[in-house]
Design a protein around this ligand. Structure first.
Ligand code: DX5
Ligand code: ZN
Length: 218
């Protein structure tokens, strides 16, 4: 099942509700919510309070991408705030297996994410436990960066591992996704596509969403 996940990182935070309703009406499945702490990545966004307020205003699946150190300390807060999927970076904790177990114990979907420089081997032991694997196609921290083409092979290898083991997780890509890059990721095996600046830095975000769908014939 293919899903488009607009990233509100590129939305107008003073008009967040408007920007969320806009993409919801355009017919997307997920809302991608980027949490940054100024430590794990060199940028800061917001915390559980904002996620809870978003929750009250949309029925979209809240796909929370936690770019924070010590994610274990905040998993419960983001789950209680209404996050549906909590995705944590393998690089952000010494105890990735325990952290994924903790997400599951909070009765939300568990995701794991890899920076561009981190190999797939780092996550192989937790693959049986996760609902989603996110392959970063830019270095995390900012919207509007250029897609790293070498990541397509990483997606392809992950899809091979998934098929070989009959895993059910979704494969998500995040960073530099546009009508030009989405097709390569789709063809390699990704099925969840985050779009930030491509969607929101446009006069008509709904048309950009349609272009993404058209590019993979959704
Ligand atoms: C970057 C974030 C992305 C970001 C993508 O660290 O994880 O979700 O919003 O932005 P674009 O689509 O503009 O590359
Ligand atoms: Zn993200």
């Amino acid at each position: 099942m293919m899903k488009i996940a607009p990233s509100i990182l590129s939305a107008d935070f003073c008009n967040l509700k408007h920007d969320i309703v806009l993409v919801e009406k355009a017919g997307v499945e997920y809302l991608h919510v980027d949490i940054m702490d100024g430590h794990f990545v060199p940028n800061i966004t917001f915390g559980p309070k904002v996620v809870a307020d978003i929750r009250k205003n949309t029925s979209l699946v809240l796909d929370c991408h936690l770019m924070i150190d010590n994610p274990e300390a905040y998993i419960k807060d983001f789950a209680q705030a209404g996050g549906d999927i909590l995705t944590i970076h393998v690089e952000s904790t010494r105890h990735i297996y325990r952290a994924v177990q903790l997400i599951r114990d909070n009765n939300v979907k568990a995701g794991i994410v890899l920076n561009p420089g981190t190999p797939l081997t780092a996550i192989e032991p937790v693959l049986p436990l996760v609902d989603q694997v996110l392959i970063m196609t830019v270095n995390p921290g900012f919207g509007g960066q250029a897609f790293i083409p070498e990541m397509v092979e990483k997606v392809r290898k992950l899809k091979e591992i998934k098929d070989l083991n009959d895993y059910a997780f979704d494969i998500e890509v995040d960073g530099g996704i546009s009508d030009k890059t989405i097709g390569k990721c789709y063809e390699a095996g990704a099925n969840v596509f985050v779009g930030g600046s491509y969607i929101y830095d446009a006069d008509t975000p709904e048309q950009r969403i349609q272009s993404l769908k058209d590019a993979v014939a959704l």
